[in-house]
Design a protein around this ligand. Structure first.
Ligand SMILES: Cc1cc2nc3c(=O)[nH]c(=O)nc-3n(C[C@H](O)[C@H](O)[C@H](O)COP(=O)(O)OP(=O)(O)OC[C@H]3O[C@@H](n4cnc5c(N)ncnc54)[C@H](O)[C@@H]3O)c2cc1C
Length: 498
């Protein structure tokens, strides 16, 4: 007989209640939160439009405790969700009312830093910036640098394959993780990768990185550390229009220069940053470009001169060069605070995250501005121009009837433009719960089914962060693929099915 919703709710409640003694025995009473007021603290991540109070919260301190929690959930058939610092912007850590939220905030040890092999082993709750701070005395740093690096956890970074301003040159999280200790969705503690980044066989570290908490829970991470560059230059170039700034970006890359970062902000984003942190960017700028160059001193010196010349040619009306770390920080302040800063000029906003080929940037920015004008909704643009990763900030008034919906529609239309120009619906913030509905716009059912095969191989019971990434959860027993006809590559004669 099929259970009715009220019965389902009751049986979920019963399952959770039976878990409490097991979780308390494994982690201690203090680690298990059941008070509704405390549970509400965890009802959302950085994407506050999706909220749900978790059934239970557990704060383990060791990998063995995480494994015990997962085993308890599996035996009771209860879903579980991992959470790091809760700064995710796609609802990846959104809890379930019938599930357990496993929060890694107490797993904050930097277990080892080995300067000889330039590796560190850290627990998942360690913040991104803490790794660089700890490595500093060896002349090393942890390169992936999301703007949230002061608070986001390395475990969350692994789950999201997070990037940051300097990923253009230094790479994303996946390029800096060489081994992972995980608790599988069955509750088994195991290692993926051998820590060298050169283990033979399937690249399971690569598959796990960016899997958004759906393939298991990370309990230790081996990260690669990078030598602090000998020299760094930070330039800020101001242009009258975004078009001129875009010309400079293309010219820098086609000159064969690979800056550590090329970031761009439009007039509205600059206005917001001024209002929030008084960053004192040049007045009247329609666009600012931040270009950071790092490496051996001689290279940085000649590249700085080349970038200056290119910016002047692209009609920059002011170029500033940071003379010391304080001036560098001042240049970055406006950019790093941009997301939160738009709160100063708008009651509500959506942080969108899409990617386009760098060459399509001017066209897509024009389309965004046309869509914004047509909808009567302002869009501020802040983005990693070097790798085409856009962050349009859709500004709206949530107290005005219909505006939230209109902003959502505009936000989706921007993603459609990204797809139409050969890009992607996410660059670094992940799919989570928010963008699962856009996955079919980018992938055919066959593609989604193939991804599900991987998920099912790790999590046949479907208890590990269910309802995320995929638009229509399919039971693992279902055979994917056959209903959709030949794969487009096969149909086009570009691949063979055998
Ligand atoms: C102001 C601001 C700026 C940001 N800037 C950037 C940026 O520049 N670049 C960027 O990439 N992102 C950025 N983000 C997004 C966010 O900070 C990153 O996605 C970050 O990696 C999330 O880490 P977290 O610890 O907060 O993870 P959470 O939000 O807690 O979780 C994120 C996902 O990871 C999973 N997860 C967490 N811990 C584990 C674990 N131990 N094992 C398995 N899965 C786990 C969760 O289930 C969830 O799916 C920004 C966010 C904010 C608020």
């Amino acid at each position: 007989m099929t259970e009715r919703p009220a019965d389902q709710q009751r049986s979920a409640g019963v399952a959770l209640t039976t878990l409490i003694p097991r979780l308390t025995a494994a982690c201690g009473a203090d680690a298990v939160l059941t008070d509704p007021m405390q549970l509400r603290t965890y009802e959302c991540d950085g994407l506050t439009s999706h909220r749900c109070s978790p059934g239970l919260v557990v704060l383990p301190e060791t990998a063995e405790q995480v494994a015990a929690i997962v085993r308890a959930c599996v035996s009771a058939g209860v879903p579980f969700v991992a959470r790091g610092s809760g700064t995710g912007l796609s609802g990846g850590a959104l809890p379930r009312a019938d599930g357990v939220l496993i929060v890694t905030a107490k797993m904050r040890r930097i277990i080892e830093i080995d300067p000889a092999s330039r590796r560190a082993i850290v627990e998942p709750g360690v913040t991104n910036l803490a790794v660089s701070k700890a490595a500093q005395r060896y002349g090393l740093f942890y390169a992936p640098d999301p703007s949230s690096q002061q608070i986001c956890s390395v475990g969350g970074n692994v789950a999201e394959n997070s990037g940051g301003a300097h990923c253009l040159k230094h790479g994303f999280t996946v390029h800096h993780v060489t081994g992972l200790e995980i608790v599988t969705p069955q509750g088994e503690l195991t290692w993926l990768g051998d820590g060298t980044g050169a283990a033979p066989g399937y690249d399971l570290v690569g598959a796990f990185t960016g899997s958004e908490g759906t393939l298991g829970i990370v309990t230790k991470i081996v990260v690669r550390l990078t030598p602090v560059p000998q020299a760094v230059t930070t330039l800020l170039a101001a242009f009258e229009t975004m078009g001129h700034g875009g010309v400079a970006v293309s010219a820098i890359i086609s000159a064969g220069i690979l800056p550590a970062a090329i970031e761009m902000m439009d007039a509205l984003a600059i206005e917001a940053a001024e209002a929030a942190v008084a960053c004192r960017y040049p007045g009247g700028a329609g666009a600012v470009l931040i270009v950071e160059l790092d490496g051996p001193e001689a290279d940085v010196r000649s590249e700085t001169a080349a970038v200056r010349a290119i910016a002047e040619q692209a009609r920059a009306f002011e170029i500033r060069e940071a003379a010391d770390p304080a001036e560098r920080a001042a240049i970055w302040t406006g950019r790093k605070s941009a997301f939160a800063a738009v709160g100063r000029i708008s009651p509500a906003y959506i942080v969108q995250d899409g990617v386009v080929p760098r060459t399509a940037l001017p066209e897509v920015l024009d389309r965004i501005s046309a869509l914004s004008a047509a909808a009567g909704i302002r869009v501020a643009n802040v983005f990693h121009a070097g790798d085409g990763n856009l962050h349009p900030l859709v500004l709206f008034d949530d107290s005005s009837p219909g505006q939230s919906e209109a902003a959502e529609v505009l936000s989706g239309a921007i993603l459609d433009e990204c797809i139409a120009h050969g890009g992607s619906i996410t660059g670094e913030h992940g799919v989570g719960v928010d963008k699962s509905r856009y996955m079919p716009r980018m992938f055919r059912p066959d593609d989604l089914d193939t991804m599900q095969l991987l998920r099912c191989a790790f999590d046949p019971a479907g208890l590990c962060n269910p309802g995320k990434v995929f638009p229509t959860p399919r039971m693992c027993g279902e055979v994917p693929g056959v209903r959709h006809g030949p794969h487009p590559l096969v149909a086009a004669g570009a691949a063979e099915a055998f």
